[in-house]
Ligand binder design. Structure first.
Ligand code: ATP
Ligand code: MG
Length: 478
């Protein structure tokens, strides 16, 4: 394989030559230039595999250059080299699609690690590129996995919204249900797909910084504003802005956002001119926005403005039939990434997964598969590969506990206390809970308790358990 070609754009001679030497020693080919103009020329002429870009160049702002590179070559990873502790630049660089950033002064080993990671990520991506020579569709609808009625409905709505002219879309759903994914899928399947997709998390920055991030500022608008800066709304012109965690947007910005939505114009901080910007807004929150309105934490008028096209992504526990499909898709993904050859999941383990309540939704499922696959030797994932919390009875895990209590069953105790406790009572209660939770499916209940079906049947007989029976009053005399 030909060595990777890396372009360094850096005007500091010392840094440039140290980097060049370090990279060449590690077997990379390097082209080093000291200006934005030469950088662009080199990228155009040599189609490199990676760019290391200084944030400050004599002839251009590094971030602007980043933006131009990203627009021309969205698949080319760029690592930004920022000034020491310049968080703002780093944050912006990431928003603009930099693969990563390294703050100066950096040590060479650290840089080599980031370089290797970026090139690896690129390899993984190009491996999944379809053979037909068609450009990789990074976020097709098939990325949203799920065939349950709730998901089919959600996907149908997402598809219609993507193709529509809807200027604002509201995505709601618990954490890990796929709001980020949905936002990208909408963008990349819309007419704006070629234009930028800008993502900003409203909680990530202090209020003043968030405002200038979104709306930009004029030179001298505040102490640090040495230069005029365009905000994300302007930078995303013609594309999509993804406002994540909109429920946490400070009140003053809510007002500005509303004004922008109504008038399609904005004013930079410290500016007097109205700038017209055409951009689609996708807002997302894992909080219930209507409840925030009732509590006076979110503007009602903005809520109605955003709520014109709402989509709710269902929690995983309401569409458990999608679990095998999702698990399968993540196993395939991690087989590629971790160079494994896992075939699937054992039935018992899958049963346990289907009995679990998944507070972290699809993200939790994905992380769990990744963890299990790191441990797995091959073949099928088994019960032993699943983490403990999945195998705990629902009461201890925090779900389904109420229903057991409502049925009059004493909650299992976990501390002995000075007076001790009857272990048989605890066992009976756990067996009963497992049966109820699985709708008296003995295989599933046995799996939940990590015992065989025979062991379960023995205990059902021992405690005289019957479907629909058993309050504490029926406790058999020892
Ligand atoms: N339907 C789905 N099909 C495939 N992958 C999914 C699906 N839903 C979510 N995921 C994956 O699960 C992970 C979490 O999803 P995502 O980040 O979109 O959740 P979120 O709703 O934005 O969560 P949060 O509220 O915490 O930001 C991601 O890796 C995403 O790709
Ligand atoms: Mg998210």
């Amino acid at each position: 394989m030909a060595p990777h070609l890396i372009v360094i754009i850096e005007d500091d001679d010392g840094v440039r030559s140290a980097l060049t030497k370090g990279l060449e020693r590690n077997g990379y080919k390097v082209r080093a230039v000291d200006s934005a103009a030469d950088g662009l020329k080199t990228i155009r002429g040599r189609s490199p595999d990676l760019v290391l870009l200084d944030w400050r160049l004599p002839d251009a702002d590094g971030l602007e250059l980043l933006e131009r590179i990203r627009r021309r070559r969205p698949d080319l990873p760029v690592i930004m080299m920022t000034g020491f502790s310049n968080v703002e630049t780093a944050v912006r660089a990431m928003h603009l699609g930099a693969y990563d950033y390294v703050s100066k002064p950096f040590d060479l080993d650290q840089m080599m690690l980031v370089v290797r990671k970026a090139l690896d990520a690129r390899r993984v991506r190009s491996e999944v590129q379809p053979a037909a020579g068609r450009a990789l569709d990074p976020f097709g609808f098939d990325r949203v996995v799920g065939e349950s009625p709730l998901m089919l409905e959600a996907k149908h709505v997402l598809r219609r919204l993507a193709e529509s002219d809807a200027r604002t879309i509201l995505l709601q759903g618990e954490s890990g249900t796929g709001k980020d994914l949905a936002a990208k899928v909408i963008h990349y399947n819309s007419r704006q797909a070629e234009r930028p997709f800008m993502n900003i998390t409203c909680t990530a920055l202090p209020e003043a910084l968030l405002e200038s991030e979104l709306f930009g500022h004029e030179k001298g608008a505040f102490t640090d504003a040495r230069q005029q800066k365009r905000g994300l709304f302007e930078l995303a012109g013609g594309g999509t802005i993804f406002l994540d965690e909109i429920g946490d947007m400070p009140a003053s910005l809510q007002a500005k956002l509303l004004r922008f939505l109504d008038e399609k114009t904005l004013r930079r901080v410290g500016g007097t001119r109205d700038i017209r910007v055409d951009v689609r807004i996708i807002a997302a929150t894992n909080r219930v926005l209507r409840a925030l309105v009732e509590q006076g934490e979110f503007r009602e008028d903005l809520f109605y403005r955003l709520n014109v096209f709402p989509v709710t992504l269902p929690p995983l526990r309401e569409r458990k039939e999608d679990i095998p499909l999702l698990a399968d898709c993540f196993i395939k993904q991690y087989n590629r990434e971790l160079h494994k050859d896992v075939k699937g999941i054992e039935k018992v383990a899958l049963n346990v997964m289907q009995a679990y309540h998944w507070p972290g939704n699809v993200r939790e499922l994905r992380n769990l598969i990744e963890r299990a696959m790191l441990m797995a030797r091959g073949g099928y994932l088994t019960l032993a590969d699943l983490p403990m919390e999945l195998k705990k009875p629902a009461a201890a895990a925090g779900g389904g506990g109420e229903s057991a209590a409502a049925a009059g069953e004493p909650a299992p105790r976990r501390d002995l206390g000075p007076e001790g406790l009857d272990i048989r009572q605890v066992e009976r209660s756990l067996v009963l809970q497992a049966l109820r939770q699985t709708g008296w499916n003995q295989s599933k209940a046995a799996a939940l308790l990590h015992i065989s079906r025979d062991q379960l049947r023995y205990r059902i007989q021992k405690y005289g358990l019957k479907d629909g029976a058993a309050g504490p009053g029926e406790w058999p005399a020892p």
